[in-house]
Ligand binder design. Structure first.
Ligand SMILES: Nc1nc2c(c(=O)[nH]1)N[C@H]1C(S)=C(S)[C@@H](COP(=O)(O)OP(=O)(O)OC[C@H]3O[C@@H](n4cnc5c(=O)[nH]c(N)nc54)[C@H](O)[C@@H]3O)O[C@H]1N2
Ligand SMILES: Nc1nc2c(c(=O)[nH]1)N[C@H]1C(S)=C(S)[C@@H](COP(=O)(O)OP(=O)(O)OC[C@H]3O[C@@H](n4cnc5c(=O)[nH]c(N)nc54)[C@H](O)[C@@H]3O)O[C@H]1N2
Ligand SMILES: [Mo]
Length: 774
């Protein structure tokens, strides 16, 4: 992996030879020899493991291997030959480790031994597993109230581990289950549950074969869900319209060369993806989708036959209120807020009207805004207008992130569990689960800062790096009496620790999980509700690793002791027993072991896809609201009239998995050897009197917490094709700019995609900076 710093315009397609060579580099880098090929070929195969890359479903579990560059990099990162051993930890104090970059920390390789923080030497030192569980039990049982403990989950955790985890924690007595979903697709669940009676998308891959139009809002599949490009390419080839809404030009939404297409690879050919590309303003989707719906109603009035009136009458409520609200919203406001012209908005609306079957996909560009829930409601409204839910080729498709984030929620990793779940737990296990809601991710930070959260346990993930308002999040973790991380690799959260701290290394997806009952498989649920088995093939990274289900079971047994009648140890001897327990609690998992034994697994029931609406009214709900004005960006502009206020979005590069940085390149955006960059429109650069390549500091403008200063320094300006007035930079480097109090209304998701900011010339920390654009 070259580390030379440069910025070059990328002219090739997504995929192609660049993808192959990047995978080769990753394998070499991780010291993965020929075995690596076997490891890669086992990803998403019936006898193999579920790719830890993303939650996009597998096309054909029976035959082909689907090549995916970033899936391969995720696998290589886990299957790496590098090891962070006790000798490594003996060589470095935790203070030294904390001074290293996120990239460097992960680079040290797989954790090999359970470790305890030793304050006297400021080092992580080995500890026995029994001792580690006893320490956790001592801390948990010493708490005055179970709500003083916080149990975080990242979305790689299997169904089996997640089920045991929520059972343990609820029996312990709290619903404090913050998870990565709170920072991710929470608003999708909130909006769709209220409107459709299910928090999950309704479409399957078969629907992608039939859609006439696919709308993609705020998602970058070329990097984050590369296998989705195969579906989009096929759809484009059969003449479907593909309409992208994104403030940035993303190469993966423009052109794709499938590395498995021999002809295309030989001729350096590629396929177009989007038929329409709308570079709207950051956060402008609510206005854009509202405009499309307004267009639908207007053309229906003119030429008729556009609305699905029978569907609306039979299946929905709230149409009149929506129609009134759309009529009352002027085009001028929709143009201003979306940053698109009436002509563009009507053109998008026209594609929608002309398509018989429509799928709407969305990602973090939609969910990480103050008005995320309202925006998703507007997308669902749009689909409902023409009956585009619950029939072939049509429906909502929130594209999930982590490979089992959807399954973890299904299993009950949820700070506001539905009463029906608690009733089932009570009936099956005979204890009274806590009924009060717990804290979500942002709530957990407040809880710790207030001294009410005292023990933090992380089932995977990287809480310290993934969460907003970094200095506050770190302060919160450091105030804890105990922090515990179940992890595969060293990360920021392990060096930002409580007074006592444990690091518990676990098996990864790719590894053989041997229990008393033989090698075990776990199950996961993808973004389209397919549940299937995942079985590792590699030898464990170290003989001292435990599986996540085993860690949870032993933590539960040590903590609950005679208080629990659950046979924790017996359950983990054979995970089929855990699946039997899952079946007892969740009726949708009937005959779980039989159904998951079939290659490809089975699909969970999705009521909305059958046009059964599990809402209070028994119908699908249109949601009508006026555009929420003023937004935080408006306020920041009004308060700084003489300055150029930008809206900053934070996003992933092509060389990272969330907080795991694989490398310093972002090939499709032309960035090499660096991550401290900020993308800006060339005209905005000129207006500021700055040049590409110069360094700037980025200051957040947030008026809700008394002017607390939020700043990141030394970012290189990169001229880019991005809607004017907006900036883009990478996550997690920009997390210090995201205020803890800036969250999605009704969902609590940090607004990582819309931070009002100023750009200032770079000054070393502490130096006085004159304001640019003042
Ligand atoms: N290789 C790889 N794969 C991943 C991940 C990874 O880090 N690396 N992460 C996984 C996870 S957990 C998740 S949630 C997904 C994330 O996948 P995505 O949802 O694609 O996430 P992001 O990279 O954050 O960026 C989303 C896109 O939104 C656009 N955008 C930003 N603001 C707006 C807006 O206001 N409106 C519109 N229309 N667009 C906007 C950005 O320009 C960018 O193209 O990917 C998953 N898969
Ligand atoms: N500014 C900004 N912030 C964001 C986002 C953004 O777009 N912008 N995106 C948000 C989103 S969508 C998400 S999902 C969150 C992600 O938040 P998290 O899910 O908390 O973070 P990850 O970076 O995915 O976690 C990586 C770590 O997980 C551990 N790990 C990997 N595999 C396994 C495993 O199999 N088992 C266990 N136990 N541990 C494992 C490794 O130690 C690794 O260091 O970040 C959010 N934060
Ligand atoms: Mo995510």
């Amino acid at each position: 992996m070259s580390s030379e710093q440069k910025i070059t315009l990328y002219r090739g397609p997504a995929g192609g030879w660049g993808a192959l060579s990047s995978v080769k580099d990753a394998l070499l880098h991780h010291g993965i020899p020929v075995k690596g090929a076997r490891t890669l070929l086992s990803a998403n195969q019936p006898e193999g493991f579920d790719c830890p890359g993303c939650a996009w479903p597998d096309r054909n579990p029976h035959s082909t291997f689907e090549f995916c560059e970033n899936g391969a990099k995720a696998v290589a990162a886990e299957a790496t030959a590098r090891r962070a051993t006790p000798e490594f930890f003996a060589r470095h104090t935790v203070t030294e480790l904390a001074a290293q970059s996120d990239f460097w920390l992960e680079e040290q390789g797989r954790l090999t031994h359970p470790l305890r923080y030793d304050a006297a030497s400021d080092r992580y030192v080995p500890i026995g597993w029994d001792e580690a569980f006893a320490l956790i039990a001592r801390h948990l049982n010493a708490l005055a109230d179970p709500d003083q403990a916080i149990f975080y989950t990242s979305g790689r955790t299997s169904n089996e581990a997640a089920f045991l985890y929520q059972l343990f924690v609820r029996q312990f007595g709290t619903n404090n289950f913050p998870d990565c979903s709170n920072m991710c697709h929470e608003p999708s669940g909130v909006a769709m549950r209220a409107q459709l009676g299910t928090g999950k998308g309704t479409v399957t891959l078969a629907d992608f074969e039939q859609a006439d139009a696919i709308f993609i809002f705020g998602q970058n599949p070329g990097t984050n869900h590369p296998r989705m490009l195969g579906e989009l390419r096929a759809a484009h080839r059969r003449g479907a319209r593909i309409v992208s809404f994104n403030p940035l030009r993303e190469r993966g939404l423009e052109r794709f060369a499938d590395p498995q297409d021999k002809r295309q690879m030989a001729t350096l050919g590629s396929s177009p993806i989007s038929t329409h590309y709308f570079q709207l303003r950051v956060g402008g989707d609510l206005a854009a989708v509202t405009a499309m719906a307004k267009h639908v109603l207007e053309v229906h009035r003119e030429r008729g036959g556009v609305l699905d009136e029978a569907f609306i009458a039979e299946h929905t409520t709230g149409f009149e209120a929506l129609a009134a609200q759309l009529a009352a919203t002027p085009w001028r406001v929709l143009e201003e807020e979306s940053g698109l012209s009436e002509g563009q908005l009507r053109a998008a609306g026209e594609v929608y009207c002309k398509a018989e079957r429509v799928i709407a996909c969305w990602g973090m560009g939609i969910t990480q805004h103050k008005h995320a829930v309202a925006t998703i409601e507007a997308i669902v409204n749009l689909l409902l207008l023409r009956g585009n839910i619950g029939r072939p080729g049509a429906g909502p498709c929130p594209v999930r992130g982590h490979s089992n984030v959807q399954g973890d929620r299904t299993m009950g990793i949820w700070e506001s569990p539905p009463p029906a779940l608690l009733d089932r737990l009570e009936a099956v296990y005979g204890f009274a689960p806590p009924r009060a809601p717990g804290v979500d991710t942002v709530g957990a930070i407040h809880h710790m800062l207030a001294g009410r959260g005292r023990v933090f346990i992380g089932m995977g993930g990287n809480f310290a790096a993934a969460t907003p308002d970094t200095p506050l999040a770190w302060k919160a973790l450091r105030q804890c009496a105990l922090t515990v991380h179940v992890a595969t690799k060293l990360n920021r959260s392990h060096v930002v620790h409580g007074r006592e701290a444990l690091l518990l290394p676990c098996l990864g997806r790719t590894e053989v999980d041997l229990q008393a009952g033989g090698p075990q498989g776990v199950t996961v649920e993808d973004s389209m509700s397919m549940v299937h088995i995942s079985q590792g093939i590699n030898p464990p990274a170290s003989p001292h690793l435990l599986s996540e289900p085993a860690i949870v079971a032993r933590m539960a047994a040590a903590t609950l002791g005679a208080r629990s009648r659950v046979p924790w140890g017996w359950l983990v001897e054979d995970y089929a027993r855990i699946r039997d327990e899952i079946e007892k609690v969740f009726p949708d998992f009937h005959d779980f072991n039989q159904r998951v034994a079939v290659p490809g697994g089975f699909r969970l029931r999705n009521t909305a896809s059958e046009r059964v609406w599990a809402t209070p009214s028994g119908r699908a709900q249109f949601a009508a609201h006026a555009l929420p004005l003023p937004t935080p960006a408006h306020r920041a502009r009004a308060q700084n009239p003489a300055r150029q206020v930008f809206t900053l979005l934070s996003m992933r590069s092509h060389d990272q998995y969330n907080t795991t940085i694989y490398g310093l390149n972002d090939r499709y955006r032309g960035v090499h050897g660096q991550r401290q960059v900020v993308f800006i429109h060339a005209e905005d650069l000129r207006a500021l009197g700055l040049r590409a390549g110069e360094l700037v500091d980025i200051h957040a403008l947030w008026d809700e917490d008394g002017g607390h200063e939020r700043c990141v320094r030394g970012f290189r300006l990169v001229a880019y094709d991005i809607a004017r007035g907006n900036l883009a930079a990478y996550y997690p480097e920009t997390n210090p700019l995201v205020p803890l109090s800036a969250v999605a209304d009704g969902a609590g998701t940090p607004t990582c995609k819309s931070i009002p900011v100023l750009l200032l010339p770079h000054r070393a920390a502490g130096g006085a900076a004159s304001r640019v654009g003042a």
